[in-house]
Design a protein around this ligand. Structure first.
Ligand code: CMC
Length: 430
């Protein structure tokens, strides 16, 4: 029997269709709610609102499942590369050898920045946060590639734009880092793959090439793959909302960078390491911080714990934790922050406050320790997240553009301000 939902308002019953996803997730389709009843729904933080249907990522937060285009994240993290994962997310299928080579080749061709773009970096304060510059640079790419801004881009053109954007964002990010250090830019090299090229641009100096370690490449590869998409999170929803006005891809992903910057979202990785450093300064007193987070009078939170969707261990956090140990072992690193992190996690997982609220470590809890071990400074952590999330943003922008159901994103509100009142002239005001 076809499932229907009923809403009774003032004694009158209204019926609404139920939509089921391929994994049997259910939604009440209320698209006719206002026209039928004149009511709207109120759902702060959109915690119960589906804004679209999507075939990109499946996530079951209760069971701790995450799949890109149907493939479990654990398998992708083990077997794939970031470039292949980007292709999978954007195009929907794993590439053939030829398709992958072509895609990767576009990355090489488009790695360099237009020489005029380099002037932008000089105008930004070296001490300014890298995310501000990343967002501005991503958006300003639109000015340099007007030929790609067509409303009716073909599949081929979108694939090219995706590769170009993914490649340039990596170069922009490395140059932002150099700008923060007031050091000269190191241009990309044609003979290096995606991640080695990034490490080269970040850490080489004019007279001295950075030694690229396979262990470091592999750890970074895993992190970028794990960040590549996470369905309708805050930044992806921002990309979709901006894109729904038919804004171009560069403008839409630039909005994604801004949304990601916040400490409750992609900025959390920076905050986690800063929190661990503070705990370290306090001689490892994790309990003080746990009590602060539990205090109902304060608004302090343990960064790297909790998630809107995961009410179970975040599968990405599990993989990153294993990777952190492996990297530290191979590089012979001893970081007291890792010990603090492990102790904090153990204590949190036993603490009633966190257990009752189903607060587990999330993707940002251990990722910062890997970035730190590689030599990436804390203010660049959200930039790393943005490089990783770029394929997801592009995939969602593309999906939204091709979806006949897409309408201009425009939520409603319930007005709680003053009702009509008179304008009081300046002379009459107290
Ligand atoms: N520390 C202490 N208490 C917490 C935390 C935390 N990290 N997270 C949630 N809570 C409590 C919160 O105070 C509330 O308690 P109560 O019911 O007594 O009022 C309850 O748990 C539910 O919290 P919420 O804010 O309603 O949950 P949410 O789904 O709106 O928030 C979150 C999700 C990620 C914003 C939140 O867990 C948080 O602020 N975590 C810390 C920041 C963080 O690590 N963010 C990265 C998220 S993963 C990367 C990404 O995808 O962005």
């Amino acid at each position: 029997m076809e499932e229907k939902a009923q809403i009774i308002l003032n004694g009158k019953t209204y019926e609404f269709p139920v939509v089921a996803g391929t994994e049997n997730e259910k939604a009440i389709d209320i698209s006719q709610l206002r026209s039928k009843t004149s009511y709207i729904t109120l759902d702060s933080g959109f915690a119960n609102t589906g804004a679209c249907t999507s075939a990109i990522t499946f996530l079951d937060g209760e069971k701790g499942i995450l799949r890109y285009r149907g493939i479990p994240i654990e398998k992708i993290a083990e077997k794939s590369t970031f470039v292949e994962t980007a292709y999978l997310l954007i195009q929907g299928e794993l590439p053939t050898k030829v398709q992958l080579e072509k895609f990767a080749h576009s990355f090489t061709r488009h790695a360099a920045l237009h020489k005029d773009m380099l002037k932008f970096f000089d105008g930004y304060p070296a001490a300014g946060h890298p995310m501000g510059l990343l967002s501005a640079m991503a958006c300003s790419l639109s000015g340099y590639y007007p030929e790609l801004l067509k409303a009716d881009s073909s599949e081929e053109e979108i694939e090219l734009m995706a590769a170009q954007l993914l490649s340039k964002v990596r170069t922009i990010s490395a140059y932002i880092y150099k700008r923060t250090l007031n050091q000269p830019f190191i241009p990309p090299r044609d003979d290096l793959k995606y991640i080695p090229n990034f490490l080269h641009m970040m850490f080489s100096a004019p007279q001295k090439d950075y030694k690229i370690e396979e262990t470091v490449v592999s750890a970074l590869q895993t992190l970028l793959i794990l960040h590549a998409d996470h369905e309708q999170n805050c930044s992806t929803s921002a990309v979709r909302l901006v894109g729904s006005s038919r804004a171009n891809l560069y403008a839409s992903v630039s909005a994604g960078v801004c949304a990601l910057w916040g400490p409750l979202h992609g900025g959390a990785n920076q905050e986690v390491v800063e929190m661990l450093e503070e705990i370290h300064k306090e001689k490892g007193n994790i309990h003080k911080f746990i009590e602060m987070a539990k205090d109902p009078k304060g608004n302090y939170r343990l960064m790297g714990f909790g998630h809107r969707v995961y009410k179970n261990y975040d599968p990405r956090a599990r993989i990153i934790k294993e990777r952190t140990y492996a990297l530290f072992d191979k590089l012979g690193i001893h970081d007291p922050l890792l010990e603090i992190a492990v102790k904090l996690e153990e204590a949190v997982l036993k603490d009633d406050y966190f257990v009752q609220r189903k607060l587990y470590p999330n993707v940002d809890f251990y990722s910062g320790l890997i970035y730190k071990a590689i030599g990436i400074p804390t203010n660049m952590f959200p930039v790393m997240f943005a490089i990783g999330r770029m394929p997801g943003w592009i995939a969602h922008w593309k999906e939204m553009k091709g979806d006949p159901q897409t309408r201009l994103g425009r939520p409603r509100q319930i007005y709680m301000g003053p009702t009509q009142r008179s304008y009081i002239s300046m002379e009459e005001r107290p």
